[in-house]
Design a protein around this ligand. Structure first.
Ligand SMILES: [Zn+2]
Length: 369
């Protein structure tokens, strides 16, 4: 089991809002101290820096013109730095984040962390992981990991907004109004898109909101510390977030609690059963500990939904913008290819985005598991 001192650890920076919440039932009336911005960040407002970011740790250059070779060099630098930092962190051993099983096989070592496969549900996970209260330090040191595409470092705000619009369109099949919380909101792309239909809230360990998303209510810290009331939200989204969590079962339990009965959870995360992962795990860039800690199988997600109290509704392909084929970008090819991509995602060939609905019954995961 996870040690209690780790799961209860609090960071001094946690517990602050970018804006005062005024939403009927008060959530928490703490106004954050403004996050300090360095002169470099003020000159380039697309970067929302944490108070601990120094000049040397500025986010890497972003944008669609960025060359892939540059990104690979950055990734290599990042890996070296992660190994160095993570080797100094206290660690905890955890059971399978999906099914709780403790029997596993070691598969590969990445960034100095062994990645193991659960023998029961076949999820991959970093069994010996940094203590939870230390994880925030990683995102403060590497703010580009909060909201970008980890493993690629291709972090394009235009592309991010295109993806957010696609995600919103698919979400409208299940919900069209109400309160929406984006867990791991990062740059705020989805907050911006969804704000046309929903009253939006965000949570992120290290938010770095884009200039046109600065007005949104964003909690700076863990979801567990935000203290939202029960049944507060109609929709919770968690895009590329579950793989980062120290204890995803616990966080999903909180999501279950703060969703209204039959509320919607929209999420996407890496897929161990995708053809890319099955081809060669050793070159699968998604395996990026200690940034990514959990890599779910379809079976693991099914068990997780059952245990936490969700009903899986639908899965689609990610809907990523085809930046690697710029000639296609202006022809709407994503829409043309969409049915084929969705079929491939459902067949397990591609990673998928999922919609779960909160069941009426109580969550079976204890709050302090
Ligand atoms: Zn498992």
């Amino acid at each position: 089991m996870i040690r209690q001192e780790a799961t209860r650890a609090r960071r001094p920076e946690a517990g602050s809002w970018t804006h005062l919440i005024s939403c009927g039932t008060p959530v928490r009336t703490i106004v954050s101290a403004p996050i300090k911005a360095l002169p470099e960040a003020q000159a380039n407002p697309s970067f929302h820096l944490s108070a601990h970011t120094t000049r040397e740790e500025m986010p890497f250059r972003t944008g669609s013109r960025r060359k892939r070779s540059e990104a690979l060099v950055d990734m290599a630098r990042l890996g070296d730095e992660l190994v160095r930092i993570a080797s100094q962190m206290p660690v905890h051993e955890v059971p399978c984040p999906a099914c709780g099983n403790g029997v596993f096989d070691e598969i590969v070592v990445r960034n100095g962390f062994p990645v193991v496969r659960c023998r029961s549900c076949r999820c991959l996970f970093v069994r010996t992981r940094p203590a939870e209260d230390r994880l925030v330090g990683i995102y403060e040191r590497f703010p580009q990991l909060s909201g970008g595409r980890e493993g690629q470092l291709m972090d394009d705000p235009v592309e991010g907004l295109l993806e957010a619009e696609y995600r919103l369109r698919r979400l409208r099949e299940f919900a069209t109004a109400g309160r929406l919380l984006d867990v791991g909101c990062g740059r705020g792309d989805f907050l911006l898109a969804a704000s046309r239909d929903f009253d939006v809230f965000g949570v992120d360990l290290v938010p770095r909101l884009r200039p046109d998303a600065q007005m949104f209510k964003v909690f700076h810290g863990r979801l567990e510390d935000a203290a939202f009331p029960d049944g507060f939200f109609d929709v919770v989204s968690a895009v590329e977030t579950l793989e980062h969590l120290f204890n995803p079962r616990r966080t999903l339990g909180v999501i279950h609690r703060i969703l209204k009965p039959r509320g919607i959870l929209l999420f996407q995360t890496g897929d161990v059963d995708s053809i890319r992962a099955r081809l060669n795990l050793k070159t699968w860039t998604y395996l990026q500990p200690p940034v990514h800690l959990n890599f779910f199988s379809r079976e693991g997600l099914r068990r997780l939904a059952l245990e936490v109290g969700f009903e899986p509704m639908k899965s689609w392909s990610f809907g990523r913008a085809p930046t690697r084929f710029p000639i296609l970008r202006h022809l709407g090819p994503t829409e043309v290819l969409r049915p084929a991509l969705d079929l491939a995602a459902r067949a397990g060939l591609l990673g998928a985005m999922h919609v779960w609905r909160r069941r009426e019954e109580e969550c079976r995961v204890p709050p302090a598991c």
